[in-house]
Design a protein around this ligand. Sequence first.
Ligand SMILES: N[C@@H](CCC(=O)N[C@@H](CS)C(=O)NCC(=O)O)C(=O)O
Length: 203
Amino acid sequence: MKLIANPFSPYSRKVRVVLAEKRIDYDFIIDNPGDAATRVPEYNPLGKIPVLVLDDDTTLFDSRVIVEHLDSASPVARLIPEDTRHRIQVRRWEALADGCTDAAVAIVMEKRRAADKQSAEWIARQQGKIDRALKAMSEELAGKAWCSGDLYNLSDIAVGCALGFLDLRLPDLNWRKLYPNLGKLFEKLLQRAPFKDTGPPKA
Ligand SMILES: N[C@@H](CCC(=O)N[C@@H](CS)C(=O)NCC(=O)O)C(=O)O
């Protein structure tokens, strides 16, 4: 199978961590939807990465659909619990972490516009989402080892990818100082090869 993705994309990283945890081989096709020559719309009408292209040419998107497919495709290292209550809790964590990333992406895109076209109000609105998401993640993690349940799972991967993206694109946020428990979780995730090996390339 092929993963159309980008080493800087946090949603792609989530999928790449899941692929590595589940030891599934794939071809990594790098594409940037922002480039004029992008081929992403041929695979995903929404023009977004990641896209997983299965061996029968079926295309899957977005990252939440892809990780569910991968987790059910192989019994190795289950990352989404079977129990309904627990599964919903994990998916809620994922929605919170991805939503935090969505707001960070929105800020980055807005700041790429000409200075006189940027909306301070829009940026502040997105920043509010990030601030509240970080607070909620920290409060819900509290003193626990992992985000949901006793074992590492998709919730931790999603939170780690969101935090990694904040480091990459909004490094002045200082989330570690505000929320040391999230910092501890992030360090623990970095000790795992699937997470460490999928970090964005250093400039
Ligand atoms: N909810 C989607 C978000 C994907 C997404 O927004 N990807 C960004 C790259 S990080 C993208 O492709 N943006 C291009 C665009 O929106 O046109 C997912 O989880 O896969």
